[in-house]
Design a protein around this ligand. Structure first.
Ligand SMILES: C[C@H](O)[C@H](O)[C@H]1CNC2=NC(N)=NC(=O)C2=N1
Length: 132
């Protein structure tokens, strides 16, 4: 089940380094000056119909969560990715991974659900363990 923006904001407080990306997050995709950050105050109960009606205050569910990790070296980045790969196989839940020299970016969403679920939260927590 998809996590709404409010629930996700709560979950992310316990996941250092991770942030939401997508319609409910601040960033390049949110146009204008309207505050569109993931907050607990938004009304996330409106569905597509409510959004189509023009409810600008409604927080949509984020598309994904992401974390960028700086490692000590390229081999350390690859070792981290290998450890994450093993955990991902065990959980049958696989992050998108971008490796740029010592910088590794993980993105998590549940493809079958079209957004962020508790599976992504669990894998993000696992990745955080592996970076310790
Ligand atoms: C058949 C297999 O369980 C599915 O294709 C799994 C594999 N890994 C996955 N990983 C992610 N991130 N989302 C999924 O929906 C997903 N589905």
């Amino acid at each position: 089940m998809l996590l709404d923006a409010n629930r996700l904001a709560t979950e992310l407080e316990a996941l250092p380094g991770w942030s939401a990306v997508g319609p409910a997050s601040p960033g390049p995709r949110s146009g204008g000056s309207e505050a569109t950050g993931v907050t607990r105050e938004g009304d996330a109960s409106g569905g597509p119909a409510a959004r189509a009606r023009g409810g600008g205050r409604i927080r949509q569910s984020p598309d994904a969560i992401t974390r960028t990790v700086e490692t000590e070296s390229f081999p350390a980045a690859i070792a981290l990715v290998n450890a994450v790969a093993e955990a991902a196989e065990a959980a049958d839940h696989h992050p998108d991974i971008d490796i740029r020299w010592r910088t590794v970016t993980f993105s998590l969403s549940t493809h079958s659900a079209g957004g962020v679920t508790s599976k992504d939260i669990a894998m993000a927590a696992k990745i955080n363990e592996l970076t310790r």
